[in-house]
Design a protein around this ligand. Structure first.
Ligand code: ARG
Length: 277
């Protein structure tokens, strides 16, 4: 029913937009007239596209994330900013939807999506076979690396040295999953936020933290006496997760991502937050 209303509304808007464009008096500058008409058509198309997509709240793209993951999502005052936040805003704009970001524990994101509380999870989330059992993933928009953070004077020099050590991770992340598998649950200390794991490392409660490379870099920059090991634990793909049944939204997001890749927007957003080495 909600969807039907959205379609009707969008139809009306498209018609009135087209009417405006047609009824507009001939402007002095013909090029400007062309642009206006084109823009009107584009806007109408976007509205029409938005109408075909069913979202949790009509007209709104609800994104579930865990905003303690710089530079992908983090707080700047009350606002959630970062690469994912900006990509989501650009995608929402392309789809003619308003973006709403919901901050939650990382471990709750997939449930929020499958339970119909959020339209997509965008959280530097790694595509894994296990997660694919529950959600669909969009095309990948970034590469992630599981990195090992240790105190500067640590005797841990490579991933292999993690054996028998206390490892801090963020609950439910791939770092948690891999370390629990490789080194045993009893050696893995799970924290709700990546930053809490880093604090445990700073205060000597754990010997190492396994976390994504980019947040690792900002945590190491913000805390004295830490370093990132050169050996990488794992290389992975980040993507948006979407409820299995909402294939229209999956297609729309993939379409928007492809456009953002093609026109350089994606690169520009990433470049704003991550300086090329
Ligand atoms: N890439 C890792 C994973 O998918 C960690 C992501 C954590 N993201 C966050 N926003 N806290 O498991």
């Amino acid at each position: 029913m909600k969807k039907l209303v959205a379609i009707l509304l969008a139809g009306t808007m498209a018609v009135s937009l087209a009417a405006c464009a047609a009824a507009a008096p001939a402007p002095a500058e013909p090029a400007a007239a062309e642009e206006t008409a084109e823009e009107a058509v584009e806007a109408a198309e976007e509205t029409a596209e938005a109408a075909e997509i069913t979202t949790v709240e009509p007209g709104v793209l609800t994104m579930a994330t865990n905003a303690y993951f710089p530079p992908y999502e983090y707080y700047e005052g009350d606002a959630i900013v970062g690469i994912d936040a900006e990509i989501a805003a650009a995608v929402a704009e392309k789809l003619g939807l308003e973006l709403k970001i919901e901050d939650m524990e990382f471990d709750s994101i997939i449930t929020a999506v499958t339970a119909g509380k959020a339209d997509m999870g965008l959280a530097g989330m790694t595509v894994t076979e296990e997660r694919k059992q529950n959600v669909n993933f969009s095309d990948s928009y970034a590469t992630g690396i599981q990195a090992v953070v240790v105190p500067e004077d640590s005797d841990i020099a490579s991933v292999d040295d993690l054996e028998g050590k206390k490892i801090g991770v963020q609950l439910g992340t791939t770092g948690d999953i891999y370390c629990s598998d490789d080194y045993g649950e009893e050696n893995v200390e799970k924290f709700n936020k990546g930053n809490d794991a880093i604090m445990a490392l700073v205060t000597g409660k754990v010997d190492a933290v396994v976390i994504d490379n980019e947040p690792a870099k900002s945590y190491v920059a913000a805390n004295e006496g830490l370093k990132i090991l050169e050996t990488e634990y794992a290389v992975e793909d980040y993507a948006a997760c979407i409820a299995k049944e909402n294939t229209a939204l999956l297609d729309a997001i993939n379409g928007a991502l492809a456009e953002l890749k093609a026109d350089g927007t994606l690169e520009q957003i990433v470049g704003k937050y991550i300086s090329a080495e």
